[in-house]
Design a protein around this ligand. Structure first.
Ligand SMILES: Cc1cc2nc3c(=O)[nH]c(=O)nc-3n(C[C@H](O)[C@H](O)[C@H](O)COP(=O)(O)O)c2cc1C
Length: 189
């Protein structure tokens, strides 16, 4: 094989493996590629400063027609959070992300709220905190806890974000879930 062809093949292989592996990233892409949904938290308090920054990142999310349909209900009190997530720790925060009820295009509201949740999820992890999105408890929360949690009138919870300090005794690499293969997901035309 000619030397130039060999060099070309090596470069092509490196470029395509970079596409698939996400190498050559920056701090944001590196963070996203390492992100995971933590289950293991310590009892250390999430600071008001971190919380405020995370909430502002949620508010910054894009939304359909810039409708910003979300409300964020922030709860620290374990008397209220424990019935929602059994293994919640003192110091964890739950953010209940709600959207207006009875909209014709409810799926758009859900989508917008999901984007706000993910902005906050990534923001929390960028601050060295753990985070996990929860959909499982939403139905029960909406049917039995809306008043207690003071979800705004006319709104229902779309999703819940848990934020807390990580329990560093747990190996985050093994805690992370795998993803499907790049080739099975992405189709270049
Ligand atoms: C919309 C949505 C709902 C979720 N609901 C739950 C839930 O009810 N309980 C739970 O333990 N994890 C929940 N998760 C977390 C996912 O299980 C987790 O993100 C997924 O398994 C991938 O794991 P990783 O983020 O650690 O890679 C939810 C995530 C999303 C995006």
């Amino acid at each position: 094989m000619k030397k130039q062809v060999f060099v070309f093949l090596i470069i092509a292989a490196v470029l395509s493996s970079n596409l698939a592996s996400g190498q050559d990233g920056n701090s944001v892409t590196d963070l996203i590629l390492k992100s995971y949904s933590s289950r293991n938290y310590s009892s250390e308090n999430v600071s008001d400063q971190d919380l405020s920054l995370i909430l502002r990142c949620g508010m910054r999310a894009p939304s359909s027609r810039n409708g910003q349909p979300w409300k964020f209900t922030v709860v620290r009190d374990t008397a209220l959070t424990k019935p929602v997530i059994k293994d919640i720790k003192q110091g964890n925060v739950l953010i209940f992300i709600s959207g207006p009820e009875g909209q014709q295009e409810n799926h758009v509201v859900d989508f917008d709220c999901g984007l706000a949740a993910e902005n906050m999820n990534i923001a929390a992890q960028s601050l060295g905190l753990g985070a996990r999105i929860y959909g499982g408890p939403v139905r029960a929360v909406n049917s039995t806890m809306r008043e207690q949690l003071q979800i705004p009138a006319g709104y229902s919870v779309v999703t819940i974000l848990r934020i807390g300090h990580l329990d560093n005794s747990v190996d985050a690499v093994s805690a992370a879930s795998s993803r499907k293969n790049f080739e099975d997901i992405v189709n270049f035309r």
